[in-house]
Write a protein that binds this ligand. Structure first.
Ligand code: BTN
Length: 247
C-alpha cells in the first residue's frame, strides 16, 4: 500500500475529514489524515477523544478492504488492534500490553490507544474504511473523565517522537494488511487476537445495563461478539455496547 500523508495543525476530526474527502473526491487507499490537534476528536459512544495539541498521535487511515466481506468487518478491528499492540510492545517491552475487546489497547490497567472504524458499504462490499486511531504518546495529565488514560512517556521516561510512532505504526499495519488475502492468515490473526486479549479465559466483572455480573471470557463469536461464560455455566454473546468491563 502506498501511503500519502496529509498533515494538519488543527482540524475538527481526522475521521470526519477523511469521510468528507471520500465523498468529494474519492481517494485511493493509503491516504492518511494526521492532525496535531482535533477540536472535536470522536471517541466511541459520542464521547470526545481528549488529546493535547502536538503531544499525541491522532490520525485516520483510508482503506479499501475489498477482500473483507462486510459480515467479517471485525477482521479490521483485529488487524488494527494487533498492529498497535505490536508497536507499543516495542516501546514498553517489559509491560503487559493487551487488547481490551473490541479495540482498546491497554498497558497494564490503563488505556493507551483507542480505535474508531467507520465503514462505507456499497452493495455487498466495504467500499471504504476509515480507521481512526488515537494513541497517547507524550501527554502527562488528562482533564476529561475518561476512566484511565496513560501515555507512552509514562513508561519511556523521555518524550517520544509522534512522527516516528506514526511511521512505525503504518509499517506494522501494512505488514498485517498485505497478508489478509490468504485464508490461513485469518486463522492466525484470530489466534493472535485471542492470545493478546485482556482477560482471555479468565474471570472478570462485567456490566450489562445496571446489572453487574461475573463471567469468564471464552472468546469471540460471530460478527466479533464477546463470548462470555456466565456463572450458571451458560454461554452468552454480547454485541459492542451491550456489555462493559468493570475494571
Ligand atoms: C475510543 O473511544 O476509544 C476511540 C477513539 C478514537 C480516536 C481517534 S483520534 C483520530 C480519529 N479521529 C477521530 O475523531 N477519532 C479517531
Amino acid at each position: 500500500m502506498n501511503y500519502r500523508i496529509k498533515h494538519f495543525e488543527s482540524i475538527d476530526s481526522t475521521n470526519k475529514l477523511a469521510l468528507e474527502l471520500i465523498n468529494n473526491s474519492p481517494p485511493d487507499e493509503g491516504l492518511v489524515v494526521w492532525a496535531d490537534e482535533q477540536t472535536e476528536g470522536k471517541g466511541h459512544s459520542n464521547n470526545l477523544w481528549e488529546s493535547e495539541k502536538g503531544k499525541n498521535l491522532t490520525f485516520s487511515l483510508v482503506l479499501k478492504p475489498s477482500v473483507i466481506d462486510p459480515a467479517e468487518q471485525f477482521i479490521l478491528t483485529q488487524m488494527i488492534s494487533l498492529a498497535i499492540r505490536t508497536l507499543i510492545t516495542k516501546f514498553v517491552p517489559d509491560e503487559a500490553v493487551k487488547i481490551k475487546w473490541p479495540n482498546d489497547i491497554y498497558i497494564a490497567y490503563d488505556k493507551v490507544a483507542g480505535i474508531l472504524i467507520q465503514n462505507i458499504l456499497k452493495g455487498n462490499e466495504i467500499d471504504y474504511s476509515v480507521i481512526g486511531i488515537g494513541l497517547n504518546v507524550n501527554q502527562e495529565t488528562f482533564r476529561s473523565d475518561a476512566p484511565n488514560p496513560i501515555s507512552l512517556i509514562h513508561y519511556t521516561g523521555a518524550s517520544v517522537s509522534v512522527e516516528d510512532v506514526l511511521s512505525k505504526l503504518l509499517i506494522e499495519i501494512n505488514t498485517i494488511y498485505s497478508r489478509l488475502g490468504s485464508k490461513n492468515y485469518l486463522e492466525k490473526l484470530n489466534k493472535l487476537y485471542l492470545e493478546n486479549l485482556y482477560l482471555y479465559k479468565k474471570q472478570g466483572n462485567f456490566r450489562e445495563g445496571k446489572n453487574e455480573f461475573k463471567a469468564t471470557l471464552e472468546g469471540i463469536g460471530e460478527y466479533g461478539r464477546l463470548k462470555l461464560r456466565l456463572e450458571n455455566g451458560k454461554i452468552q454473546l454480547f454485541d459492542f455496547k451491550e456489555v462493559e468491563f468493570v475494571l
